[in-house]
Design a protein around this ligand. Structure first.
Ligand SMILES: [Zn+2]
Length: 388
């Protein structure tokens, strides 16, 4: 089961919570939009949702992680405005009806400002255009959020919000509106929320999301050859990663699949991998780390794989419960073409072993030679070929 964090603010949170949906931006630039589709296409019914209530002018204890909820629909596009009390989440610009999301406080299509408030020298909109949506229902709802210090710094509770921490360090404005978190990170958030709220979930007023004209969200993979953007390949992969697609389902088997996600941060400088899949049978035992190339897979991609292996192995084991004593790390690269040199380098590769010297019990990691797949966009969609 996956778990995801949606970024909200004090204006949008009550609407999302009480009308039972998550809404995300609809960027005007198609490359960015396909990236957002990748994020939303990685979500499945039954996955857990937390909201990250970011700061406008609240005190630290009034913001942070809120939750938690369960996904009950496929993602969809809906340009309906949704209101709750005095707050509103927009489906389109109030002036020109464009469905592209605002930049700061301004509609990109007509240049008019959305409803806003001024705080000091800073203007911020109170209504965001968020037409890409998914329906949710509460699982356990807690009044007090898990504030940042408790979530990231307090070491009286075990575990660490590894992938979210780097997202914070990455800096304001760089954060994506959806972040996928590892199962152990979701467990930690639930533990903290229960502790801060004395294990007393509560209820909130709500009314159902209206029946509206909902449209499917479609990934634009192009018409032939290469995908138009790498983010489109990422979105296609997230949509199909657990489906029966030839080559894909043999390379990324569904059995024992514990988690999958795109755009996972693991390093301090914002280092990320395009995709991560975890496998568990009582204990986590395997990781597939995915790198995507819109064009040619070259020798530098293989170097990149070597660079992240140690950190991905740690990311996948450090906070897992129970902590694995051994792990198989399978790098996977998908690109349009692959150079002959790269095929040769990869073919000569053998298993590499490394030990993570955790205090108490070390973890033995075997890094497999990378699997290289090439893709081709055709009339029937994307087909994959295993090259090595
Ligand atoms: Zn407008």
């Amino acid at each position: 089961m996956g778990a995801h964090v949606f970024v909200v603010d004090k204006f949008s949170f009550p609407v999302h919570r009480s009308k039972g949906f998550c809404g995300v931006k609809n960027p005007r630039h198609e490359m960015t939009r396909q990236g957002l589709y990748a994020d939303i296409k990685a979500i499945r019914k039954g996955d857990l949702i937390f909201f990250y209530h970011r700061r406008i002018d609240e005190l630290p204890e009034e913001r942070g992680f809120r939750g938690y909820f369960k996904v009950i629909s496929e993602p969809f596009f809906d340009n309906t405005d949704i209101e709750w009390s005095e707050n509103k989440v927009l489906g389109s610009c109030p002036t020109c009806k464009s469905c592209y999301s605002e930049k700061e406080v301004t509609c990109l299509a007509c240049g008019n400002k959305l409803p806003l408030i001024t705080i000091g020298r800073w203007q911020c909109t109170t209504q965001h255009i968020l037409p890409n949506r998914i329906l949710i229902e509460p699982v356990e709802y807690f009044e007090k959020p898990v504030d940042d210090n408790t979530a990231y710094l307090n070491h009286t509770n075990h575990g660490m919000l590894w992938t979210m921490l780097f997202r914070k360090i990455f800096g304001p404005g760089r954060e994506r509106s959806i972040a996928h978190i590892l199962p152990e990170e979701a467990e930690k958030l639930i533990r903290l929320a229960r502790r801060i709220n004395d294990d007393s979930p509560t209820t909130f007023p709500s009314s159902p999301y209206p029946s509206t004209n909902r449209q499917a969200i479609t990934v634009n993979i192009g018409t032939g050859g290469e995908v138009p953007y790498e983010s489109a390949l990422e979105a296609w992969l997230m949509e199909n990663i657990d489906k029966e697609i030839p080559v894909l389902s043999e390379t990324i088997p569904k059995q024992d699949m514990e988690f999958f996600g795109n755009n996972i941060l693991y390093g301090i400088g914002g280092d990320k991998i395009d995709g991560l899949v975890l496998y568990k049978r009582d204990i986590r035992y395997k990781v597939i780390a995915i790198e995507l190339k819109r064009g040619k897979i070259g020798a530098e991609t293989i170097k990149q794989v070597d660079r992240y292996s140690y950190w991905i192995a740690q990311l996948s084991t450090a906070n897992a419960e129970p902590r694995p004593k051994s792990l198989l790390l399978q790098p996977l690269v998908i690109g349009y073409k692959v150079s002959g040199d790269t095929l040769l380098i990869s073919a000569r590769r053998q298993d590499k072993k490394l030990t993570i010297p955790y205090p108490g019990e070390p973890c033995e990691v075997i890094i497999k030679p990378p699997i290289l797949l090439t893709y081709e966009v055709g009339k029937g969609g994307i087909t994959l070929i295993k090259r090595i």
